[in-house]
Design a protein around this ligand. Sequence first.
Ligand SMILES: CC(C)(COP(=O)(O)OP(=O)(O)OC[C@H]1O[C@@H](n2cnc3c(N)ncnc32)[C@H](O)[C@@H]1OP(=O)(O)O)[C@@H](O)C(=O)NCCC(=O)NCCS
Length: 180
Amino acid sequence: MRIIGEKINIRDLRFNDLDAYFEYGKDPNVGPFAGWKPFPSKDIASRVLNGQIVSKETYAIALKDKDILIGTISLYNTGIRKYNKAKSLGFSLNSAYWNQGIMTEAVKLMIAYAFEKTDCEILEVGHHTDNYRCKRVAEKCGFNYDGTLCSYKKLYDGRLIDACFYSMTKEEYERKKKYE
Ligand SMILES: CC(C)(COP(=O)(O)OP(=O)(O)OC[C@H]1O[C@@H](n2cnc3c(N)ncnc32)[C@H](O)[C@@H]1OP(=O)(O)O)[C@@H](O)C(=O)NCCC(=O)NCCS
């Protein structure tokens, strides 16, 4: 898969992404906000990367000019909605690239991909209640706030967190696209 954007491309993950993948995945400011433990070693990062390459649900966000991985975005079956055409988006970015609109661009590209190239009919984004950056990305991409689920998940560090959920239907996407 390859999606060409303005600042970034979204493409399949590759084994040779490992150094860049470990670089941002070890950062304590990144993984915990998305619910995962920072990679303690390159070996662990390599195992996670290999698993994601095999599962084909997670894609690389790469700088357009240099094709260097700076983050990832996943499209996977949601555990919240009981409907097999409902999918969830998960994402994270190397903190050196935050606040430049990069994830907003990546999420908009994935919304178009999900609704136009797959059988997805509902897209969902969820974030821990204190993740204001992710909240802004969801809002800027046109998701509607559905509600907050209390005691949503027990994290690797024992914290029981609440999460906010947002959704967009294919119909809403198509209606919005018509007026853009
Ligand atoms: C969430 C994340 C992907 C956002 O990526 P990004 O490329 O910086 O996002 P964008 O630049 O498109 O938008 C970020 C928005 O958050 C805002 N923001 C940044 N810090 C903020 C804060 N502390 N409080 C409120 N808003 C904040 C920015 O101002 C921007 O909004 P604006 O365009 O209205 O000014 C990135 O911060 C990240 O990887 N975080 C760690 C992992 C994570 O949280 N993943 C998401 C799990 S749901």
